[in-house]
Each structure stands twice: as C-alpha cells, then as structure tokens.
Design a protein around this ligand. Sequence first.
Ligand code: NAG
Ligand code: NAG
Ligand code: NAG
Ligand code: NAG
Ligand code: NAG
Ligand code: NAG
Length: 244
Amino acid sequence: MYRIRLYQSLLLFGLSIYPDCFSSAQLCVKREDVYKTPKAPPVALHISKFPDDDVIPIGYNITIACIGNSSKEGDSKNSEQPFWIQLFFNSIKVKTCGGFYSDRQESKICKLHIKKISKNHSGEYGCIVSNRFGCTTATLPLDLKEPSKPQFYTHPISRNNILTGQSANFSCEALGIPKPVITWFKDGRRVPKDEIKGIKAFSLLTFESVERQDQGIYWCVANNNEGWNRSNVANLTGDGICSY
Ligand SMILES: *[C@@H]1O[C@H](CO)[C@@H](O)[C@H](O)[C@H]1NC(C)=O
Ligand SMILES: *[C@@H]1O[C@H](CO)[C@@H](O)[C@H](O)[C@H]1NC(C)=O
Ligand SMILES: *[C@@H]1O[C@H](CO)[C@@H](O)[C@H](O)[C@H]1NC(C)=O
Ligand SMILES: *[C@@H]1O[C@H](CO)[C@@H](O)[C@H](O)[C@H]1NC(C)=O
Ligand SMILES: *[C@@H]1O[C@H](CO)[C@@H](O)[C@H](O)[C@H]1NC(C)=O
Ligand SMILES: *[C@@H]1O[C@H](CO)[C@@H](O)[C@H](O)[C@H]1NC(C)=O
C-alpha cells in the first residue's frame, strides 16, 4: 500500500510537468485489477531471459522489460495508447521511456539492461504505464542467488503390471538456478512434447490409456545454462498377458 502511494506521489510529481494529464493521475490501478478498469493500460513486467523464474542467477546479463498495451476503451484521439513508462527499483525511479503525448504507441516497451547482475540487485522492481486516461502499476520481486546445476528432487517411479487401457503417469522434478528445462526419453528416444505437461522444473508424463507400445524404460534429463543431469530410470511394464 505504502509503495503504491509512493508511486502515485512520484507520478503526480512527474505529471505536474504535463498538466493536461493531471486529471487522470489519481486513477493508477494495479496490474491485476486492469480488467475492472477498461480505460487503464494492461501491463506486463518480466525478465526477458527468465520469464517464469522467481530466482535469477547472479552473474548473468539480464533485461527487465515493462510492456504497456492500449486499454480496451478509447476515443478518437488514441487516448488509450500508452505514452509513458517509468521503471522503479525499490521505489526509486531508475528509467523513463516516453513522457510526451506524442510518444504514444499501440504497445510500448521500456527495458532496463543490467550487465553481470549481482546480489545487490535483489529487491522489488516496479513500473507505471500511463495513457491519457490513467495509469497501471506492476511489481516484480527479484531474488538473486548463485547459479547451480540441475539436481533431481523427484525421480520417475516404475509402473509395473499396468493393464492395457489403464492410466499411468511419471513425474520428474529438478532444482537448479536458472530453472532447468526437463525433457523425457523412452528407450533412448525423446518423447514428443505433446504428451508432456510442464517443461520447467516440474514435468508430468501421462498415459490416459496405456497401450502395448508404451512399455519401456523412461527417464528425464534436466538442462540449464550451468549444466545437466539425468534422473533414475523407470519401467513401464504390462500385465504379462498382453505384453510382447
Ligand atoms: C499486449 O499485446 C500483445 C500483442 O497483442 C500481446 O501479445 C500481449 O500479451 C499484451 N500484453 C498485455 C500485458 O496485455
Ligand atoms: C554480458 O555482456 C558483456 C558485455 O556486453 C559480454 O562481454 C558478456 O559475454 C555477457 N555475458 C553473458 C553471460 O552473456
Ligand atoms: C552492486 O555491486 C556492484 C559490485 O558488486 C557495484 O558495482 C554496483 O554499483 C552495486 N549496485 C548497486 C545498485 O548498489
Ligand atoms: C546430478 O545430481 C546428483 C545429485 O542429485 C549429483 O550427485 C551429480 O553430480 C549430478 N550430476 C551432474 C552431471 O551434475
Ligand atoms: C499419477 O499416478 C498416480 C499413481 O498411479 C495417481 O495417484 C495420480 O493421481 C496420477 N496423477 C495424475 C495427474 O494423473
Ligand atoms: C526395468 O526393466 C529392466 C529390464 O527391461 C530390468 O532389468 C530392471 O531391473 C527394471 N527396473 C526396475 C526399476 O524395475
């Protein structure tokens, strides 16, 4: 709450330079509430290289990107288009993109590049995207840790004597910084992606209805920029009557 109010006061301060926008300054909404305010611009704030990660490895070059889109409702003056993006780190303004009404775009992006990110960049990143009707805030907590190789935390477990038509599944979970990407192998061959749910850190391979050709030996491989690892192997075997 405090931070939002601080953002708003920063915004008010900034907006005093652009008096014709002043009337909309009170309307800053939170990113997740945009659907309630169709005149506010939708916002996304993420790290380009690690969009799904909450822990980022120290030492990498990263880009923090704030993207603002046009709001759902507009008028003939393109007032729905974002023209101003402000980026914050721990509530301190670190970058501004645009600011004049002529800077408006259908979709506007503001990027902060950080080379060789270090522990002291941990904290809360935030942005405010403004169109002529109002503004939207987004926040992104960033936790920096030493990079690490993938290690399996959950290995697949053998499923034996599975009847044809029965369901079965295997799961793999690997820890690592950045989050490892998991791929599945059956008898040494890559399992197609459409049979798999989840590829980052946790992955599930499901058989809604086991068929004879599903029998085999399965394992996972986890990869990240630091290295790779392999899980234990697990067997899927039939009931003995229908097998082979
Ligand atoms: C912005 O628009 C682009 C293109 O239409 C879309 O891919 C993206 O998801 C939108 N982002 C937000 C935050 O609405
Ligand atoms: C980070 O950027 C610097 C300078 O642009 C470059 O020399 C270095 O190789 C980059 N490091 C990584 C891990 O990409
Ligand atoms: C973080 O630490 C690095 C050295 O490790 C230093 O160069 C940089 O200025 C520091 N940044 C901040 C925001 O304190
Ligand atoms: C794989 O993970 C295990 C621990 O789960 C570890 O002992 C082993 O060194 C790892 N292998 C590689 C190639 O990093
Ligand atoms: C996976 O299999 C286990 C054991 O057969 C079962 O308890 C679980 O519900 C299954 N999960 C899914 C998502 O199918
Ligand atoms: C898996 O099957 C192989 C033979 O195909 C067997 O040698 C191995 O012991 C089985 N492993 C497990 C964990 O059941």
